[in-house]
Design a protein around this ligand. Structure first.
Ligand SMILES: [Zn+2]
Ligand SMILES: [Zn+2]
Length: 665
């Protein structure tokens, strides 16, 4: 075993794209060379509030950036190129080789991100061979997919040749006439392929994937029969589909209006590079298209996935400035929802139907086919390349398992197949395939700026805000440890039946408790005029206490932000509420204390739970704490809060809130 470990091997490490559809990112490693294949993004799932984009964790690449020799791009879909501009902010990539169309789309993203100087873009043509580092040479083999200008790769390494399919289906009548270069696959199959990494997206679907061209007559029928306007939505990046729709508009005597940034961008790029042929006068600006008769217009737009800000979604909500639905409209969904988007898509369809439009959607209509091969396509790939080892990629777990069964049915032994996860390391030698020690893999969540990384703590805070709202609390405490004014409590988005005055009372109790029980630890007499107080510690203790109490008493878990305003020593103490009834609530389940404020006894001195909070508000608070107000100004600074005890009316949010179970333990 030890000898085998020392034998040089090819390491293939997917950092994304496994057990998911999205963010395909693969690392090839031999000796001192690292070559990347694609770097995509994924879209957030429910609950990732304010997250726009999901990226793979690239710690491994950051640590090994000196060894990165170059990148290969298979095609221009977002799940293959969407991460590149972001990664270039973190590490350089000496050169990126890829198809013309994909690199043209990448250029736009790189310009936007200001990283044009971080790499060199090299376009390739079919059958071009490029060398990356000392050990890799890569041939680009033309394949067929829903995106134009797409490639499979033959990667020759010191241990043998690896075929990396990229996204593919076998389409023998492609819209652009660029057929799959099967002869080249067969050539490598004859020479001997060490390992095949193959697209598993549709491994559960039997048969051959229908050709893209097969949607043409169905779309034609719907467009020619439409009485009024035709509105079509599809992926902007489905170049072939868009090209057919433009052809059909021309054939049916309709002018085309385009809506949605990506639709405009992709069509402009594709026409510029010759991937789409359409006369200039086919297009009419959206403002002028209203002047044409409805029967002579076709609107092509984004929104096929129900994305809230896309053109069709806004139209369905009546929020689009230029386009309103008419009852004579025919609206065609020429795409199927990506898993996870189904609900937003059906909601959009419902809204459009309620506005009276005729909506054409769904599998039975023949208006959409996949860009990924079915089982028989996958078998053909295996048959042509005849690999010794096989690794199914690009798919969720069950798809990988299904694809591995297909391979076994064609005679590849189970022990020659690896099903792997992101971060797993495939180690290949001429006569072995093994899983090595995994590397760090995971996700990075980016917000709208695409710069700010949304970490787990930020996400948890956003979840808390969304579920239970926020409570802010202002406490005035003197440097000698007395509460100098009643706390001010403010609620946003918190639903509670509790008397607002009670909340204020609880806040007072928490402050008092901290001053009585924690003050010794939190303040130090360092010989100066005033003691040295750990104001952040005070804030944290108050927050934790109030958090626990709200969870126990009200079964809510809002985000709590406590601001402490320091007052100078000697400020008279605020006495607390004389009229407040004693807190006689019984101790919570399992609580031992039974007397006054029984629940408190349970926590006293231990408070095991810590409330996770981001550092940011802390820093602001630290600034408050760092500069205790000087004596004369202090009264003034405390003045705004020294008003009679008042809790602002809680704002009842109209939104349905997820009920939490009373987990007070
Ligand atoms: Zn693709
Ligand atoms: Zn893909």
């Amino acid at each position: 075993m030890t000898n085998q470990a020392k034998q040089p091997c090819l390491r293939v490490i997917p950092l994304g794209g496994l057990h998911e559809i999205g963010k395909n990112t693969c690392v090839f490693e031999y000796g001192d060379d690292i070559m990347l294949v694609d770097a995509g993004l994924a879209f957030p799932s429910d609950g990732m509030h304010g997250v726009n984009v999901v990226m793979p964790d690239t710690s491994y690449l950051k640590e090994n950036q000196k060894r990165i020799r170059g990148m290969i791009v298979t095609h221009g879909h977002e799940d293959h190129i969407g991460g590149i501009a972001h990664h270039l902010k973190n590490f350089n990539i000496p050169v990126i080789h890829g198809p013309r169309l994909a690199l043209a789309m990448l250029t736009g993203k790189m310009e936007e991100a200001g990283v044009m100087d971080r790499t060199i873009l090299q376009t390739v043509a079919p059958r071009d061979v490029v060398k990356v580092g000392q050990h890799f040479s890569v041939e680009f083999i033309r394949n067929t997919h829903s995106m134009a200008d797409s490639f499979s790769l033959a990667i020759t390494t010191p241990v043998g040749t690896v075929i990396f399919t990229g996204d593919f289906k076998f389409d023998h009548t492609p819209v652009d006439g660029e057929t799959f270069d099967m002869a080249r696959l067969a050539h490598y199959g004859e020479q001997g392929v060490l390992c095949l990494f193959s697209d598993s997206t549709n491994s559960e679907v039997p048969g051959f994937c229908p050709p893209e061209r097969s949607v043409f007559p169905c779309l034609d029928r719907h467009i020619s029969q439409a009485e009024g306007r035709v509105i079509i939505t599809t992926f902007a990046s489905s170049i072939h589909r868009v090209a057919m729709i433009l052809e059909l508009a021309l054939k049916n005597g309709r002018k085309v209006g385009l809506l949605g940034r990506s639709m405009l961008n992709v069509i402009a790029k594709a026409r510029e590079l010759g991937y789409m042929r359409a006369p200039d006068d086919l297009f009419v600006p959206i403002k002028q298209i209203r002047d044409l008769p409805d029967r002579e217009t076709l609107l092509l737009m984004t929104g096929s996935q129900g994305e809230p800000l896309a053109a069709l979604s806004r139209i369905s909500r009546g929020e689009h400035p230029q386009v309103q639905v008419k009852t004579t409209d025919t609206i065609i969904f020429s795409a199927s929802p990506i898993p996870g988007n189904t609900i937003s898509v059906v909601n959009t369809i419902d809204r459009l139907m309620m506005l009276g439009a005729k909506v054409v959607y769904g599998k039975g209509e023949g208006i959409h086919v996949s860009g990924h091969g079915f089982q028989e396509d996958q078998k053909l790939m295996l048959a042509l390349t005849k690999p010794k080892y096989f690794v199914p990629v690009h798919g969720e777990h069950r798809m990988l398992v299904c694809h591995s069964k297909t391979a076994q049915s064609m005679g590849i032994p189970a022990e020659n197949i690896l099903i792997i996860d992101n971060g797993d390391v495939v180690e290949l030698t001429p006569d072995s395939i093994n899983k090595g020690e995994p590397v760090k893999a995971g996700i990075e969540l980016l917000d709208a700026s695409r710069n700010g990384i949304v970490d787990a703590r930020v996400l948890k805070e956003r979840q808390q805000l969304a579920d239970d709202g926020v409570i802010t609390m202002l406490a005035v405490i003197s440097t000698d440890g007395v509460m100098a004014a009643p706390p001010r409590v403010n609620l946003r988005g918190v639903v509670t039946a509790a008397d607002p005055r009670k909340l204020s009372l609880w806040a007072e109790r928490e402050i008092t408790w901290v001053l009585e029980n924690r003050w010794q630890q939190l303040s130090r007499n360092s010989g100066g005029k005033a003691p040295d107080v750990d104001w952040m510690g005070v804030q944290r203790e108050i927050e934790i206490g109030l958090q626990r109490r709200l969870r126990r008493e009200l079964q809510v878990e809002p985000l709590i932000i406590c601001l402490v305003q320091p007052a100078p020593g000697g400020t008279p103490a605020y006495k607390g509420r004389a009229d407040a009834e004693p807190d006689t609530r019984p101790a919570p389940r399992g609580g031992r204390g039974g007397g006054r404020d029984g629940g408190r006894d349970v926590q006293r001195g231990e408070r095991p739970e810590r409330v996770e909070r981001s550092q940011q508000p802390r820093r602001e608070l630290a600034a408050v704490g760092a500069a205790p107000a000087p004596a004369p100004a202090a009264a003034a600074s405390a003045a705004p809060v020294a008003t009679p005890a008042r809790v602002e009316e809680p704002e009842i949010s109209g939104r349905t809130r997820r009920r939490r179970s009373a987990a007070a333990s």
